[in-house]
Ligand binder design. Structure first.
Ligand code: PMP
Length: 405
């Protein structure tokens, strides 16, 4: 067999990270990776995470036993409340089941696997064009067929709302539609609340199944409720849906792989029973794949989510991260406009979350890398967290130069 396996291409994002590390220039700027950096371009341990971590180390009741198949119950129940709201009828009526997963990636995978195995029609899953690159691989791996819906308009650098709605209308009844709950990756472009209402109406009409991916709740706007608005609206509208939730960005727990998968059944007399059947099948899938999830990150998140004082401190930390990113957005736009850099730059501040889709071409991205030591994905996406008050002037100068070239 060995001889028949061809070499796979390197993962583009991890390849970019490597090239950045190996660049000896002291001017280099890393705008590739989607991880928060402080104003000194260093990883940031959230103060509230440090506090919870210290408490865990002092807690004599903890040990290294396995969690249950579904994970830490205090974590999954709090994760559920964070998504749909503590008073949601879906919780009261016991029609949400939740399993702790290997961060957001594991949740997307578990949801994809479940739908692939248990959906009677095994429908096509529709992904936004563009989307987080890993969506394509994950859903292909579980055997779902993939299709795209238009999302980003190159002209306005905003949402191609009509294109999106048309595609949702044209998709076969009962398709699975993957939706980014907030801070769309890679574009930073989200539907407005009115647009979400229209999307929901079309999806109801076509009986589509919403699959929400939420990786930036609280990180996007600094407001946990606002960033979960779309999911809450769909749940209120009585959809059957699922949610893949990551705590990588909003807790800075990237490598601890902390996340959850939630399946919400539509209201109805049998909803709670049907949901418990789904939970039992998800548990078997989970058992066969990871047996049970890792404990450490879930313990940290659980402490914070279940303690009102720590929760309030977490909200402060979220505002610190989202506030710094918003400041960098304003700073970049202001500099480009002051230089009179050709093109319009208002999308830098209207897009939200970790990323901005700059509109720079692949050729411009290459010059930025070769000549200016600025690293970003070749679709022109920049991670706003890589900008800081030390490199903002330099980056604006670099962009101005390549745009004029
Ligand atoms: N979905 C989206 C849209 C993302 O941007 C990410 C993080 N890059 C994830 C899911 C999952 O990341 P993780 O597995 O690290 O939680």
């Amino acid at each position: 067999t060995a001889a028949t396996v061809a070499a796979a291409p390197e993962d583009p994002l991890f390849g970019l990270m490597k090239a950045y590390r190996e660049d000896p220039s002291d001017k280099k700027v890393d705008l590739g990776i989607g991880a928060y950096r402080d104003n000194n371009a260093k990883p940031w341990i959230l103060p509230v995470v440090k506090k919870a971590d210290d408490a865990i180390h002092k807690d004599p009741s903890l040990n290294h036993e396995y969690l249950s198949i579904g994970g830490l119950p205090d974590f999954t129940s709090a994760a559920q409340k964070l998504i749909v709201g503590a008073t949601s009828p879906a919780i009261q009526e016991k029609r949400i089941c939740s399993l702790q997963t290997i961060s957001g990636t594991g949740a997307v995978h578990l949801g994809g696997l479940f739908l692939s195995k248990f959906h009677p029609q095994k429908p096509t899953i529709y992904l936004s064009n563009p989307t987080w690159a890993n969506h394509n691989q994950i859903f292909t791996n579980v055997g779902l067929s993939l299709a795209n819906y238009p999302y980003f308009s190159k002209e306005t650098k905003g949402l191609d709302f009509n294109g999106m709605l048309q595609a949702l209308r044209a998709a076969p009844n009962g398709s699975i539609i993957l939706l980014h709950a907030c801070a769309h990756n890679p574009t930073g472009v989200d539907p407005s609340q009115d647009q979400w209402r229209e999307i929901a109406a079309v999806m109801r009409e076509r009986q589509h199944f919403p699959f929400f991916d939420t990786a930036y709740q609280g990180f996007a706007s600094g407001d946990l409720v606002r960033d979960s608005w779309a999911i809450r609206y769909f749940v209120e509208q009585g959809f059957e849906l699922c949610v893949a939730q990551s705590f990588a960005k909003n807790f800075g727990l990237y490598g601890e792989r902390t996340g959850a998968f939630h399946f919400v059944s539509a209201p109805g007399a049998d909803a709670s029973t049907a949901n418990s059947h789904i939970a039992s099948q998800l548990a078997i899938l989970q058992r066969s794949e990871i047996s049970n999830p890792p404990a450490y990150g879930a313990r940290i998140a659980s402490r914070v989510l279940n303690d009102p004082t720590l929760f309030a401190e977490w909200e402060d930390d979220l505002r610190t991260m989202s506030g710094r990113i918003q400041e960098m957005r304003r700073g970049l736009r202001k500099r480009l406009e002051a230089k009179g850099t050709p093109g319009s730059w208002d999308h830098i501040t209207s897009q939200i979350g970790m990323f901005s889709f700059t509109g720079l071409s692949e050729a411009q991205v290459k010059i930025l890398r070769d000549k200016w030591h600025v690293y970003m994905t070749k679709n022109g996406r920049i991670s706003m967290a890589g900008l800081n008050t030390n490199n903002l002037d330099y980056f604006a100068e670099a962009v101005d130069s390549v745009v004029r070239e």
